[in-house]
Ligand binder design. Structure first.
Ligand SMILES: Cc1ncc(COP(=O)(O)O)c(C=O)c1O
Length: 397
């Protein structure tokens, strides 16, 4: 039986805004490697180590004791209290009423955007940037303009005046990720202060993605400058954070946000309609991470610092590579001579050298010519990756 023609109005398609979103180019490269044996994956932002045992044990115990029910939209009281204590210790007094638990950082970003942006709003984002921060406001119908970090002899830097000029009155929000994925750039305190003052004057929301705040290579034991250090808790600042990076909990999907208490009731409604709550036994594990995980995190940062220095040294010895040691996060974002199409290059690298890297263009047009390498693994694996890259470059492929 012949089917009636499908009219554009009734075609079973997602709405235009969704169809126009850019698919992840990191995924595209990873898909090109599926089924290949022995691929060394440095493309995603996660460690090759499992979550520490004391956190996994806490989740097992919570499951065994029946933590299988819905929880409060904003999180279980012990976790909110533990997070309020943790954030207060790092950034100054932060009452429980300013803290909400989320289903990881990406959900916190979506909730933050849903709280303060909508169709037609103008949002500014500092790039290169992990693509979710740019695409999330677009899903909601906002227009996103980008302000690019500048690449120079010392790596990536922000021209603060350029950003302030882009934050025109009427701009709804600015998305800033520091320490930054992919560049490792860390926003200096003075720049944060200038942007904060400007945004307060013009009523612009700051959505600060600080999921890498603990992965910072300043003086030992220090953490990256945070907007929470300078902003009163009732200012227009929403800080987003995650358990994924500091406690190696990527697969658990647990995060949090710090925001003005006046937004909490509305946030509760949004959580209800997005996820209703984070999984209860995962939240119990989160309490263990926050209250018992400090030594683990400090040791992790030490190991990452060693891996960073090792990888930058090894890459810098290769011809055509321009690599700088990042100040934060866990990626070396290096320039590769001749990599004019980083997506094609990374697909070729995975197919021919079995080396999995993320193309710079995945993080915005200004990332073209660069390649991102996650170094959260042991140095033997990094060495084998560099050996494969070196052999690939030598064959002139
Ligand atoms: C800059 C940035 N923000 C947020 C996230 C979200 O992480 P998660 O959803 O695992 O908490 C990531 C993950 O890689 C990231 O790189």
């Amino acid at each position: 039986m012949s089917q009636p023609p499908v009219s554009p109005a009734t075609a079973p398609l997602a709405r235009d805004t969704v169809r126009s979103l850019r698919a992840s180019r990191i995924r595209e490269v990873a898909n090109a490697g599926i089924g290949l044996p022995d691929v060394l994956p440095f493309w995603f932002g996660e460690s090759d180590q499992v979550t520490p045992a004391f956190i996994r044990d806490a989740a097992s115990q919570a499951l065994a004791s029946g933590a299988t029910f819905y929880t409060h939209n904003l999180g279980i009281p012990p976790l909110r209290a533990a997070l309020a204590g943790y954030v207060s210790r790092l950034h100054g007094d932060t009452p429980v009423g300013n803290v909400a638990v989320t289903s990881a950082g990406v959900n916190a970003l979506m909730l933050a955007a849903q709280l303060v942006t909508g169709p037609g709003d103008r949002v500014v984002a500092v790039t290169p940037l992990w693509p979710n921060l740019v695409e999330i406001p677009r899903i909601l119908g906002a227009t996103v303009e980008t302000v690019t970090l500048d690449y120079g002899p010392h790596g990536w830097a922000l021209d603060v005046d350029k950003l302030l000029a882009a934050l025109t009155p009427g701009t709804r929000a600015v998305m800033i990720n520091s320490p930054n994925n992919p560049t490792g750039w860390v926003m200096p305190r003075a720049a944060q202060q200038a942007v904060f003052d400007h945004c307060q004057r013009h009523g612009i929301w700051i959505i600060a993605d600080e999921v890498y705040e603990r992965l910072y290579y300043g003086p030992e034991g220090s953490i990256a400058p945070s907007f929470l250090d300078i902003a009163p808790r009732d200012a227009r600042v929403i800080a987003v954070n995650s358990f994924s990076k500091a406690w190696l909990m990527t697969g658990w999907r647990l995060g949090w946000m710090v925001l003005p208490a006046a937004l909490m009731d509305d946030l509760g409604k949004l959580v209800e309609y997005n996820t209703s709550c984070a999984p209860s036994f995962v939240q119990e594990a989160g309490v263990a991470a926050v209250t018992e995980g400090e030594a683990f995190t400090q040791d992790l940062v030490l190991r990452l610092r060693g891996a960073r220095d090792h990888l930058v040294g090894a890459l810098s010895a290769l011809p055509g590579v321009d690599a700088h040691a990042p100040e934060g996060a866990m990626y070396v974002f290096f320039k590769l001579a001749g990599a004019t199409d980083s997506l094609a290059l990374c697909k070729q690298l995975v197919r021919e050298a079995h080396l999995g890297l993320a193309p710079g263009s995945a993080f915005g047009d200004e990332g073209e010519g660069f390649v991102r390498w996650c170094y959260a693994c042991d140095v033997e694996r990094l060495d084998e990756g560099v050996r494969r890259l070196s052999a690939f470059l030598k064959t002139g492929a």
